[in-house]
Design a binder for this molecule. Structure first.
Ligand code: ADP
Length: 482
């Protein structure tokens, strides 16, 4: 089995892209899971701490705003009445920032000047409050002016150092980290399994495409499941089956066409060799030989013309369309067929309605009528008749060619439009046929968006019915390409 390096690289990169996208997504999710809840919880604690400290500072400031002067005696007396258990440090100063009360256990600053900027700002009338979190504890500071009779007589400074809330947040953070690690690991494993399965199927598809493109039209992909890739596999299989069919048709066509061209050419060579090699050929025999050569050459010409028509229909290129009067085309055809009909003692009866216009290629439409009418004469019997009817019905033009001839056996009817198909090979060859006339008619009708059908007549003979879309009386189209 041949190696397929390009395909491997391609699918690997698909897997890589898939994995990279997934990993980025997981990473973003993990970062989000590990940061957002902590930030939200921290902000929540910040605001609750600020509110509580502000509240306590407010209570103290109003308790201390009594008319008596703030001294290192009066302030502790008031402070003893208040609940200061949750606070790490409480400082009360007079209007000069001298500390009148400090609850610090070691080295309280009573009597000294407070050097905190918060106190300086509070003494200038501001309420200062902010909270910090360093990963281990929440540190909240609050400074508020003490007012009495409209003037600032001192300041309260509160500081809280809280580790409990910080530990809570840290434990949430740890749990989130573990959960996100487990989820990420599970997602990565699943992603790996899934992407492997997916790329394996893509690789199979790419491999199958390569095998088919190398000419093995029997190769099929095993399809299971109902997802898009299975659908693609089914489509691929049916495409390959159609390719196989087309390839077989093409091969058969080429071999049949070569055979059709080879036979008259071989006869011509044989006849001309006989003339060249015989020394004393009498004039009569020579004339017979030359006549035979001429008729073989004519056959060759007819076959090549038909092959050319087919290839023009197949390619569909350079076929111009115009408004064609089928009645005129039919009349021309019948004039051309008259000598053959006379020779075969066949009567042609026609009933051609006026205004049977079709939008199409005149040459191809002529071939349709000619081939059907010619067959009706060729495969007829002496004294037989051919009826040609042309009528327009609603938006269709209908052409019927009916004969009283030898008829087509039932088993041949389904194949009659196949290229090179002949019912009675000997008889067809005698009549100058190649098995291409009906397939040209069929393909040309289909190219014009019409339909052709064949049926046996009750009294023997064959009836061909062609339906083509009618062209409106005054078409708004100029001549176009098919
Ligand atoms: P050919 O060039 O051999 O006539 P066609 O494609 O026109 O090829 O026709 C295919 C075969 O169908 C013919 O060989 C002939 O046996 C049969 N056939 C076509 N038209 C008629 C008809 N009107 N009556 C009887 N047999 C017909």
């Amino acid at each position: 089995m041949k190696r397929l390096p390009e395909i491997k690289t391609m699918t690997n990169s698909v897997q890589l892209k898939f994995a990279a996208t997934f990993l980025v997504l997981i990473a973003v999710l993990a970062v989000f899971m590990n940061t957002y809840p902590t930030i939200a919880a921290r902000d929540l604690v910040f605001s609750s701490k600020k509110a509580s400290l502000q509240n306590q500072a407010g209570v103290m400031a109003s308790a201390l705003s009594a008319p008596e002067e703030l001294t290192s005696d009066t302030v502790p007396a008031v402070m003893d009445q208040l609940d200061l258990r949750s606070l790490t440090r409480v400082i009360v100063t007079d209007e000069d920032a001298r500390i009148l009360y400090d609850n610090a256990q070691y080295d309280p600053g009573t009597g000294r000047y407070a050097m905190f900027s918060e106190i300086a700002r509070a003494l200038s009338g501001e309420i200062v409050c902010y909270s910090d979190y360093d990963g281990r504890a929440f540190m909240t500071r609050e400074a508020m002016p003490i007012r009495s009779g409209g003037t600032t007589v001192g300041a309260v400074y509160l500081y809280e150092y809280d580790e409990t809330q910080a530990q809570l947040i840290a434990s949430i953070q740890n749990r989130l980290r573990s959960v996100s690690l487990i989820v990420s690991a599970a997602a990565i494993i699943l992603m790996f399994i899934f992407s492997r399965a997916l790329t394996k199927r893509i690789t199979e598809l790419a491999k199958a495409t390569r095998i088919v493109s190398e000419g093995d039209y029997d190769h099929r992909i095993p399809v299971s499941g109902h997802d898009e890739l299975s659908e693609l596999g089914t489509e691929f299989n049916s495409l390959t089956a159609r390719l196989k069919e087309t390839e077989e048709l093409r091969r058969r066509f080429v071999s049949d066409a070569s055979h059709e061209l080879k036979t008259p050419l071989a006869s011509i060579r044989l006849l001309s060799d006989s003339i060249v090699n015989s020394e004393n050929m009498d004039a009569e025999t020579m004339r017979d030989f030359v006549n035979d050569i001429e008729s073989e050459a004519e056959r060759l010409q007819r076959t090549t013309e038909k092959l050319l028509s087919l290839s023009r229909i197949d390619s569909g290129a350079s076929l111009t369309r115009e408004r064609v009067d089928l009645r005129k085309v039919a009349e021309k055809t019948l004039r051309l067929l008259h000598p053959l009909a006379k020779e075969n003692r066949v009567t042609i009866a026609t009933e051609l309605q006026k205004d049977c216009f079709v939008w199409g290629n005149e040459d191809l439409l002529y071939r349709v009528i000619f081939n059907l009418a010619e067959n009706a004469v060729k495969y007829n019997m002496p004294g037989g008749t051919v009826d040609i009817l042309l009528k327009s019905e609603e938006d269709e033009v209908i052409l019927t060619v009916e004969d009283t001839g030898i008829g087509i056996p039932d088993e041949d009817l389904p194949h009659i439009f196949t290229r090179f198909y002949r019912v009675d090979k000997a008889r067809s060859t005698d009549a100058g046929g190649s098995g291409l006339g009906l397939s040209i008619a069929h393909d040309a009708v289909k190219l014009h968006g019409g339909d052709i059908a064949v049926e046996k007549c009750a009294e023997g003979g064959t009836r061909f019915v062609v339906r083509l879309p009618a062209c409106p009386a005054t078409p708004d189209r100029k001549s176009t390409r098919l």
